[in-house]
Design a protein around this ligand. Structure first.
Ligand SMILES: [Zn+2]
Length: 160
């Protein structure tokens, strides 16, 4: 979650700096031409040309990162694990949600989940390992009838 947030913030800062440079290079070009500062003129031209072609790409990329962030956010806060439900909630296409989930898993924003292309499933292995000790008395729990049961104090948990 934090990882996704800082990726979003970093890209936003880069996009803004880039945009400001792009806008500043227009008067920069005029001023450097008037004062005949060739080096600055060349820099301004390069920024203008590069910015013209790449700035839209940078902002589209920022939009993608935002989508990934919103999807991760909704998974953690609202516990929506179905890509269809997430798509409905965020009012975006299901395909976009699925891509965002894949990206989030690849980049490590989303951990302990298995994604089958439609639905996310919490990784039960980790959960089961964590639940093997009784939270009341610390004794080992035994699995019985789809539950973990403590033979010492009778504690039961439904999550297996
Ligand atoms: Zn116990």
């Amino acid at each position: 979650m934090e990882k996704a947030k800082s990726a979003k913030t970093n890209l936003l800062i880069i996009s803004i700096i880039y945009s400001v440079l792009f806008v500043a290079s227009i008067p920069g070009l005029v001023l450097s031409a008037v004062h005949k500062v060739t080096a600055l003129m060349i820099i301004c031209i390069v920024i203008l040309v590069l910015g013209f072609y790449t700035l839209p790409v940078v902002w589209i990329k920022f939009g993608d990162v935002c989508t990934v962030y919103h999807v991760v956010y909704i998974i953690y806060t609202e516990r929506l694990y179905d890509s269809e439900q997430i798509a409905l909630q965020l009012q975006i296409e299901k395909k976009t949600v699925c891509n965002a989930i894949r990206t989030a898993i690849q980049k490590g924003y989303l951990t302990n989940f298995i994604f089958d292309g439609n639905v996310l499933t919490p990784n039960e292995k980790k959960k089961a390992l964590a639940a093997k000790k009784c939270p009341n008395c610390g004794a080992n729990l035994t699995a019985a009838n789809g539950k973990y049961v403590c033979n010492y104090c009778g504690f039961e948990t439904g999550e297996l």
